[in-house]
Design a protein around this ligand. Structure first.
Ligand SMILES: Cc1cc2nc3c(=O)[nH]c(=O)nc-3n(C[C@H](O)[C@H](O)[C@H](O)COP(=O)(O)OP(=O)(O)OC[C@H]3O[C@@H](n4cnc5c(N)ncnc54)[C@H](O)[C@@H]3O)c2cc1C
Length: 418
């Protein structure tokens, strides 16, 4: 069981046992499905059915690190090379707007998800200040965003580790309990009229006629529009989508409550990641645990092995935490396209989709919800630039192997730099 499951109430929604008709049927109750439902409801579309194979937040959305910040899995420098500065700026701004929208929804719908507004720190793993100053100037000059530079001394006053040589503080970012956010948003939407079914795995979508028919084991849904939001859990539901997404497994763990020992490591409640390609990320939790995550794998290790790997990563940074117990360890699947950008759009048979959010999925799924709702409710085109990222083949097992090798290669490069 993940730490999040052990601390979130998990209300049950009914299974689909009948046939229904609706305006929009959404498949998958992760953030992408929930955000699409929220944006549609906020635009006045009322007759929406959301079908979830397991339970709300079962996938990456209920298992992630909880870092809510702007940007895409593909970095801004690479994005500028492909789209130019103006369109990159616009898309990056949309992710910042989405961070703000999540904040507003938490407030407006009084979602209790342990929101922590201390921001996010990008800690420098390398003894080379230029890494931070260049990044800070780049964000300031190109995106007019102010990431505060912390010296090595300032950083070590807050993060008691000899591993770091300074940091950038992204003050406007925040962190939260991801499963509580998914559940809170779902409860709000159901109260506003969303018809939500759990244990309702979609096994076929008939899109041969104008009105689509979505099949589950015990019921069907007829819909004018269908939106597929199945992330890294899509399996073979829709081959045109399945073959363009790599389900990449990544790990997280939570320690036991550390009480005063937490202060030996952290004197900040900001969330932290570092400047390596294969970075650690972690944050203090409300009850004095540390949530720690990192790594990717094409294998599916036992939680005991995940706990061991992440514990070793943690004591490498904070040797003073040696001996603390890891109480929960788990994995989750992120969906990655080869181009590392979200895949949002409509297939030739009329089905809509929103997937490929990678490791930067909290704000970008919210962005996808807005974009899909605009397209469905008011026929607006995708924001300029996004349409460029299509559905290239991901080459299944070979693609996964390539992703793992890339990760190992960059991990080695980081170690060499170190
Ligand atoms: C360990 C981990 C840490 C991460 N940390 C962060 C972070 O700190 N910040 C950040 O921005 N991003 C992070 N991410 C990424 C982020 O969580 C994801 O990008 C995002 O949650 C994807 O949302 P989604 O709705 O596309 O997919 P998911 O949340 O995976 O949801 C897909 C849903 O579709 C359902 N489904 C699949 N097939 C069917 C079917 N046939 N019928 C019905 N339902 C179906 C699944 O059961 C699932 O609930 C992390 C991811 C992981 C795994």
């Amino acid at each position: 069981m993940t730490f999040y499951q052990s601390t979130a109430p998990s209300p049950a929604y009914p299974a689909l046992q009948t046939n229904l008709s609706c305006e929009v049927c959404i498949i998958g109750a992760g953030y992408a499905g929930l955000a699409t439902a929220a944006s549609l409801l906020e635009r006045g579309i009322k007759n929406i059915v959301l079908l979830e194979a397991e339970y709300v937040g079962y996938g990456a959305s209920g298992r992630n690190g909880g870092f809510v910040f702007g940007g895409f899995s593909l970095g801004n420098q690479a994005l500028i090379k492909q789209l130019g500065l103006a369109r990159t700026r616009h898309l990056y701004q949309l992710t910042l707007d989405s961070v703000e929208l999540i904040r507003q929804r938490i407030d407006k719908y009084t979602i209790d998800c342990e929101k922590n507004d201390s921001g996010v720190l990008l800690a420098n793993w390398f003894d080379d200040e230029r890494i931070l100053t260049q990044q800070q100037q780049f964000m300031q000059q190109q995106f007019h965003v102010d990431w505060e530079l912390w010296s090595c001394e300032q950083t070590r006053e807050k993060l008691h580790s000899q591993r770091y040589f300074g940091a950038l503080h992204e003050k406007n970012a925040f962190h939260f309990h991801p499963l509580k956010y998914a559940q809170g948003l779902a409860a709000t939407l159901v109260a506003k009229g969303l018809q939500l079914y759990e244990g309702a795995r979609v096994n076929k979508i008939d899109s041969s006629t104008g009105e689509k028919i979505v099949h589950t084991r015990h019921g069907q849904v007829k819909a004018q529009h269908v939106v597929i939001c199945c992330g890294g859990y899509i399996d073979q539901l829709k081959p045109a989508l399945s073959r363009s997404v790599l389900p990449i497994t990544t790990f997280a763990m939570a320690t036991e409550p550390l009480g005063e020992r937490l202060d030996e490591a952290l004197s900040t409640s900001a969330a932290v990641y570092d400047t390596r390609f294969a970075f650690d990320y972690y944050r203090p939790l409300a009850d004095s645990r540390i949530l720690w995550g990192g790594r990717i794998s094409i294998f599916n290790p036992h939680p005991r092995e995940i706990a061991r790997l992440l514990y070793d990563d943690m004591v490498k940074v904070y040797p003073q935490l040696a001996g603390v117990k890891v109480e929960h360890a788990w994995s989750g699947k992120m969906s990655y396209a080869r181009h590392q950008m979200p895949q949002i759009g409509q297939l030739p048979d009329g089905l809509w989709y929103g997937m490929g959010f990678g490791g930067h999925g909290i704000s970008t799924t919210t962005l996808a919800g807005e974009v899909l709702a605009d397209a469905i409710a008011t026929r607006q085109p995708l924001p300029s630039g996004l349409e460029q990222f299509g559905l290239p083949a991901s080459f299944g097992a070979l693609g996964l192997l390539a992703a793992q090798c890339t990760y190992w290669y960059y991990g080695l490069r980081d170690r060499w730099k170190e």
